[in-house]
Every structure is written in structure tokens, then in C-alpha cells.
Design a binder for this molecule. Sequence first.
Ligand code: FES
Ligand code: FES
Length: 179
Amino acid sequence: MEIHQETDRDISVNVRFRLNGVAYYKPAPVNWTLLRFLRDDLGVYGTKCGCEVGECGACTVIINGLAVNSCLIMASQVDGADIWTIEGVATPGTNSLHPVQEAFIERDAIHCGFCTPGTIMSTIALLLKNKRPGDDEIKIALAGNLCRCTGYIQIIEAVKKAASSISAKDLEKFIPKKR
Ligand code: FES
Ligand code: FES
């Protein structure tokens, strides 16, 4: 008997979205998560794959101004979305990091770095709605981002440092664009 192996991309829907400020219109396999779409199609490897069940936060991206676990939504759901990943955080061509990235380095809040892209995206999403968060607000915002080697004290200090140094201009591009 002949078996026809079908690929798991056979059924796709076209989606229109912005990723790190660039407009895309392309087919999204209906059974792929956004996490897989980012990594396996769009080549955005900074978004990390940890648990794939919404527990670790390593896959966190910003969608329409909010921190979202990209393993928990389907690629086909991003039609019309404004998506930001760690690759879009620093401004290309400037040779300088974003203030949130600088704060994480300065406060020694990065060790192996696996959780860092997701934690930075959650931090930016927090600062978009609250420019001066207190400790409790930071803990709540980052509760979904697990870190197994830095320790959370340094991460909280990094978020506070970022909040003290960030300007409205540093956050401007992450504010969702009206369509
Ligand atoms: S990979 Fe998405 S929450 Fe862990
Ligand atoms: S820096 Fe290693 S898991 Fe957070």
C-alpha cells in the first residue's frame, strides 16, 4: 500500500501582520502555534521554546501592546496583529541596546539568558501600561516568566532600573498601530 505523507503545512490561511515594524502577508499553517511560526518560518529564534504549554514564559512576545505566550496562540490568529519580539527591541543600525536591555545587563539580571528575551518582552509590556511600577506590580507582571539561574531579585532590580531610565520615545514603537 502506498502511503502519502502529507506535510503539516498543507492547510494554511493567509495572515497580514506586522513583525518588529515590518509588514507581512503570508500563509500560516493552521496547526502551527505562533511560536513555531516565528521560529520555523520567520526565522525569529530569539523567541525561545521552553515548555510549549504556557508555563515558563520563554516564548513571550508583545502582541498589540500586551505580553502573550506565543506557544498558546495559533499562527492563524495573528491576522491584523502588531507583534514585537526581542529582535525588534533595539533599534537596528544604532549599535546600541534598548534601555531595558541595558538595565538587565547593568543589574546582572542575565545568566544563561534562556528566559531573558521573554522577560524583557514582559517588562516592556508592563512599562507600556505603568511607567513607575512598584515591586508587587513587577512581580505580578513577571509571574509567568520563570528563571532558573539568575534569581528574581536582580530581575526585579533590572525592571526598576529600566523604569527609572526609560523615556516615552523608547516605548513609542511598541504601542499598537491603528489599522
Ligand atoms: S514555551 Fe510558551 S510558556 Fe513555555
Ligand atoms: S537567566 Fe537562565 S533561566 Fe533565566
